[in-house]
Structures are given as C-alpha cells and as structure tokens.
Design a binder for this molecule. Structure first.
Ligand SMILES: NC(=O)c1ccc[n+]([C@@H]2O[C@H](COP(=O)([O-])OP(=O)(O)OC[C@H]3O[C@@H](n4cnc5c(N)ncnc54)[C@H](OP(=O)(O)O)[C@@H]3O)[C@@H](O)[C@H]2O)c1
Length: 233
C-alpha cells in the first residue's frame, strides 16, 4: 500500500522558499518562523521525511568515496538497518548524492535510485550503512518507488519536505495526500524565484485539486494552512 504523504513547507504568501531572502516583519523573524516549521514537523508525528536530490545535497555534503572492488551488491534494494524506526529519504535518480554515515538527524537514510546506478555507487552506500531502493523501470517511476518504500521498509506516512521540483513530481504522479504550509508574513517577490511547488511549463492545472482542511493562526504572524489534495480521474 502507498504510504500517506503530507507535503510540509515553510513559505511566504507568494510561494517563496528561502526565508533569508524575504522582507522583514514586525511580527517575527526568519528564525521564529523556522522554529514554527520545526514544531509543525514534530507535531505531525511522522517517522519518515523525504527530500529531492538538490535539497539533500544541502544537508549531506560528502564527496564520492567508492570502496575497493569487488562490489558485492544487491541491485534491487538494500536494508542497512533492519531495526530503523525513522527514515530520511532522498530521491536521487541520477546517483549524485554521497553520505558519510547511515543517519541524518537521527533518522536512517534511504536513497531512491535510478535503474542505471553503478555498482560502485551501491557499494559505497552499503559501506556507509545507507539503505537504498533501485528503480525496476528504466524510466524512474516515483509511484512504484514510494509503494516499495512501504513494502520493503514498512514506511506508512511520509513528510515530503521539498524542494519545489520534487513536490511537483510527486503531485503530478498523484502521490501527495495533503499540503501543509507554514505561511510567514513576508514576501519574496524576486523575479524568477523558486516557488513552493513547480511542475514544468503547464503546471498542475487539470492534474490536482485542493480543498481546505484547516487554517490555524500561529505565533509571529504566521498561519498553518492544510489542504487535502484530490486527483481528477
Ligand atoms: N522552504 C522550504 O520549506 C524548503 C524545503 C525544502 C527545500 N527548500 C529549498 O528548495 C531548493 C531545492 O529545490 P529544487 O526544486 O531545486 O530541488 P529538489 O526538489 O530538492 O531536487 C530536485 C531533484 O531531485 C531529483 N528528483 C526528485 N524527484 C524526482 C522524480 N520524481 N523524478 C526524477 N527526478 C527527481 C532530480 O534530481 P537530478 O537532477 O539529479 O536528476 C531533481 O532535479 C533548495 O534551495 C532548498 O533550500 C525549501
């Protein structure tokens, strides 16, 4: 069964992604709003978070360090820590990410990889204590990968935490069940700046629909908006 996916982002009302670039507010600071975001993450009580390759590269900055041959690897999946109960999941179809251990922020790392990943990369992840899943299809099929996360790793609920491209891919594939935004009283307003969700030239019109679940006022002038995501058949 597909895990339930909540996309959680901190944003300005105009969809900005980078609090350090936003206008100031008498109500609070970027650091206040980031704390609200972290609190919301904890309150949602989800034991798995997922990010795209670009966002994970900002967190894990390790360089390539493949082990010596021979590479003794499973090309379907590898479960490095069968006792793991919380997960940090990276979507990395082109196998560009490297790690220096099997945990990030105390959560066990799982990487979703494309079918043509090299054995040397799998061996590096295995040696680092990192788990992985390799796409069975030559075209990276994120829906199949997310379902496999449930089947192979027992993941039932996932917080999808960006960036905009990964949010867009998962929404276009009908995988996101809820959008959860901590909206700060600030504007980004830069021409061409990233937005909270992005999907190609045509966007998501006709592919996804939102309905409001709740709107709660938070501290520091922020609000927490929750939307259910529906997919027209
Ligand atoms: N405000 C917030 O709450 C928040 C949260 C998270 C991130 N951010 C910011 O967002 C920015 C990054 O966002 P981004 O949109 O540029 O990148 P991203 O979503 O982090 O990563 C995009 C990359 O992930 C891979 N990918 C993910 N899903 C895929 C799929 N279904 N199919 C194929 N490839 C897939 C691709 O990697 P390849 O290109 O390697 O193939 C793609 O280019 C960062 O600056 C970060 O700080 C903000």
């Amino acid at each position: 069964m597909k895990p339930y996916i909540i996309c959680l982002m901190i944003t300005s009302p105009d969809g900005g992604l980078h609090p350090s670039k936003w206008t100031k507010s008498p109500d609070g600071t970027a650091s206040d709003w980031s704390s609200l975001y972290e609190n919301t993450h904890k309150e949602l009580g989800v034991n798995a978070w997922m990010v795209g390759r670009v966002t994970m590269a900002e967190i894990s900055k390790a360089a390539s360090h493949p082990p010596e041959r021979p590479f003794n690897v499973d090309r379907t999946h590898h479960l490095a820590n069968p006792d793991a109960s919380s997960f940090a999941i990276a979507v990395d179809p082109s196998a560009k990410l490297h790690f220096d251990g099997g945990e990030i922020y105390g959560d066990h790392v799982v990487v979703l990889l494309g079918a043509d990943v090299a054995d040397s990369h799998l061996a590096e992840l295995k040696a680092d204590g990192v788990s992985y899943l390799v796409s069975e299809e030559s075209n990276f099929d994120i829906a199949a990968m997310v379902t496999a996360l449930g089947a192979r790793f027992g993941v039932k609920r996932i917080l999808l935490e960006g960036g905009s491209a990964t949010n867009g891919y998962l929404m276009a594939s009908g995988l996101v069940d809820e959008l959860s935004f901590v909206v700060a009283p600030a504007l980004d307003a830069r021409k061409g700046a990233d937005r909270v969700v992005e999907y190609g030239q045509d966007g998501l019109a006709g592919k996804a629909e939102l309905s409001l679940i709740s709107c709660h006022q938070l501290e520091f002038g922020a609000v927490h908006l929750r939307y259910a995501v529906h997919y027209p058949s």
